[in-house]
Design a binder for this molecule. Structure first.
Ligand code: PEP
Ligand code: MG
Length: 663
């Protein structure tokens, strides 16, 4: 197997290898198992050296990376893992039923109007799906739908479709031909990531045709088999984002997704990861030949699909699933205890919250506190800007859902990829670099005064802290800190809440020592810090695989933050997605972070990860990672230094294998 960027592919499948999108000069790992593993590794390493760019080719360290015991099950179909996990079920083919349009049109004006109306209808659907995804915090998914909206507006596509209409064709036929022609061009591109984008065009084609000719009796969900308790492994030539959005997949009914084509960077794969279902792509013709109803094991950990498994394979799969479930249950059982490293350093594991439901979910998952309330998510879809009473009510509900837990409330971070219709801001060419966070407060001070008045009126038994997003310099912090003090005085508050700064802009990380003089704490927003440090749009799905917070440059920003904070005795938390990445946890702890704020469901696993680590060891090793050449190299080193936890002891004789490995 060849491992790259947290994914793996069998060396026997060219399609699978191409789908890894490992470009020239990429650092890859080879993993082999079995009796002749060492010889196979040496042979492949020799070939890679020979095929490499001559003397400058990077060295291949065969055998220096610990071998995974995972091996391809004999007879299994090799694919590419797009989402981890293992599932047993019955194969069910998802048939694409976008209506085939009639070729002949009913007149130029009628068909043009029909096409425009269908484009507007599809745009409304995509806007809704994009906003719903953004509200769930699924930024990548929201980005996909936003990109599809842009395709709908593509003037070249529209011109091509209208030319067909002018030649007497129907709106549906014209749109299909125009998009298919573009998709055919894309799919011939040598860069597979470009080729995968053809699927986006075809998805937009289908969506528009479904709007043109809806089939109410044959809804997407209706084409799933009846829920009779047998889990289904849903198969398709290639799922598109609109297929998955329309399916409303329920894990009790659909256990895994498998595709003949597709790549791990395809948008459907991104959505599958977000759904948390095992997902395999690029399984090829071998999958296409399997009939409806075939029993299968979909193994997203070993990137393979086993058809008609025998009793032994089923027992092994059941064992692996039990082990996963055991780990989940064990983590959950221990989640209510504090998390300390093996050498006794306490790490607070908090929850990120964007709704009252999230807050309620934090309690059973053992969150020590709330590390981030994204208050903009509480009011993004309101009809009007919230009043002070509205702000108070929504925050009070969150505080009340977590009795006795401290809560960090971030002031509105609207702007960037989070837009509120009631704000009516003029469109910006670069919203991520525009009026967002406290910058918006500077032009709309009333908005923030209203929120601060609401927050100061919340009654809480434990500390309620205020966090300022997108701060770039000390003066900004001083202005807002003073405003909070003034409003607290005006409200007759007994004490002024602690005020923290989000470190999510490189300038804030570089000025951390200055900011720490006036801030009570820092919370590092690694999502934006990564976006702004690497100059990569966090909503750009093409860049999703490279938007890695373990990039050495981002780690240097984090190190600058903790060093600056330490000079003034301030504590530092992380509330971006990196805090929930088990591979990153030892690095963050080693760099001096003492609070990790993650989605509630991740709290038990992150606590368990913390307990398995030695703080001294993390500190000793973390510094060296800052000198590595890439995020991939950091990840490889982390896997070697801090491997996944040992599997549970087995007592049932079934085949046991490691799982839950950090990707
Ligand atoms: C971040 O940027 O990491 C963060 C936590 O804030 P948001 O994702 O809401 O921008
Ligand atoms: Mg942010």
């Amino acid at each position: 197997m060849l491992h790259y960027g947290g994914r793996q592919a069998s060396l026997s499948s060219l399609v699978a290898l191409l789908s890894l999108a490992a470009g020239e000069g990429a650092m890859v790992e080879l993993v082999a198992s079995g009796a002749d593993a060492e010889a196979a590794l040496a042979a492949v390493a020799r070939e890679l050296q020979r095929a490499g760019a001559g003397e400058d080719a990077p060295p291949v360290h065969a055998g220096t990376i610990p071998l995974s015991s995972a091996s391809l099950v004999p007879g299994a179909i090799a694919g590419v893992a797009a989402a981890p996990g293992i599932a047993v079920g019955t194969l069910h083919w998802w048939r694409d039923t976008a209506p085939e349009p009639a070729e002949a049109g009913q007149g130029n004006a009628t068909e043009r109007a029909a096409l425009r109306a269908a484009l507007a209808g599809a745009d409304a659907q995509l806007t809704h799906e994009s906003q719903a995804a953004a509200a769930r915090g699924a930024a990548a998914e929201a980005g996909i739908f936003a990109m599809h909206r842009a395709l709908l507006e593509d003037p070249a596509l529209l011109a091509a479709a209208e030319a067909y209409i002018d030649a007497g064709k129907s709106a549906g036929f014209a749109w299909r031909e125009a998009t298919r022609a573009e998709a055919a061009l894309l799919s011939r591109m040598p860069d597979p990531r470009m080729a995968e984008r053809a699927a986006d065009l075809l998805d937009v084609d289908k969506r528009v045709r479904r709007v043109l000719a809806p089939a109410p009796a044959d809804t997407a969900a209706g084409r799933l088999p009846a829920a009779d308790g047998t889990p289904v492994v849903l198969a398709a030539e290639e799922f598109t984002p609109s297929d998955l959005a329309g399916l409303h997949l329920c894990p009790a009914q659909v256990a895994a997704l498998v595709m003949v084509r597709g790549g791990p960077t395809s948008h459907a794969a991104i959505i599958a990861r977000q759904l948390g279902m095992p997902c395999l792509v690029a399984l090829g013709g071998a999958l296409a030949r399997l009939a409806d109803g075939t029993p299968v094991i979909a193994d997203g950990d070993r990137a393979c699909l086993l058809a008609s498994p025998d009793a032994h394979a089923l027992a092994a799969a059941a064992s692996a699933m039990r082990q996963r479930a055991w780990q989940r249950d064990t983590d959950l059982r221990d989640a209510h205890a504090a998390a300390s490293t093996r050498d006794g350093v306490r790490i607070e594991v908090a929850a990120n919250v964007g709704s009252v439901a999230d807050a309620a979910n934090a309690l059973p998952h053992g969150a020590d506190s709330v590390g981030l309330v994204r208050t903009e998510l509480l009011c993004l879809h309101e009809a009007a800007a919230p009043t002070p009473a509205g702000h108070r009510a929504s925050c009070q509900a969150i505080v009340d859902a977590l009795p006795g837990r401290s809560v960090i409330v971030r002031t509105l971070d609207i702007g960037g990829d989070k837009d509120a219709a009631w704000l009516q801001l003029p469109p910006e060419a670069n919203p991520a670099l525009g009026l967002r966070g406290v910058r918006l407060a500077q032009v709309r001070p009333q908005l923030f005064d209203d929120q601060l008045r609401g927050l100061l009126a919340v009654r809480a038994a434990a500390p309620l802290r205020i966090l300022l997003p997108m701060v770039t310099e000390v003066d900004e912090l001083l202005v807002w800190r003073e405003r909070i003090r003034a409003l607290a005085r005006e409200a007759g508050a007994e004490a002024v809440p602690e005020v923290g700064v989000m470190i999510e802009v490189p300038s804030a990380a570089l000025l951390a020592d200055q900011l720490a003089e006036h801030a009570d704490f820092f919370s590092i927003g690694t999502n934006d810090l990564t976006q702004y440090t690497l100059a990569m749009d966090r909503c750009q799905p093409e860049l999703a695989a490279r938007m890695d917070g373990l990039h050495p440059a981002v780690l240097r920003m984090i190190a600058a933050t903790t060093e600056g904070a330490a000079r003034h005795g301030r504590w530092v938390g992380v509330c971006g997605a990196l805090a929930g990445d088990p591979l990153a946890v030892p690095v963050l702890i080693g760099l001096g972070v003492t609070e990790l704020s993650v989605d509630a469901a991740l709290v038990p696993g992150i606590k368990s990860r913390v307990r398995a680590l030695s703080h001294a060891d993390c500190c000793q090793r973390a510094g060296a990672l800052l000198r590595l050449p890439s995020a991939g190299a950091v990840r490889a080193a982390c896997r070697e230094y801090w491997p996944a936890q040992a599997p549970a002891p087995r007592n049932d004789g079934a085949l046991a294998r490691p799982y839950g490995e950090c990707q």
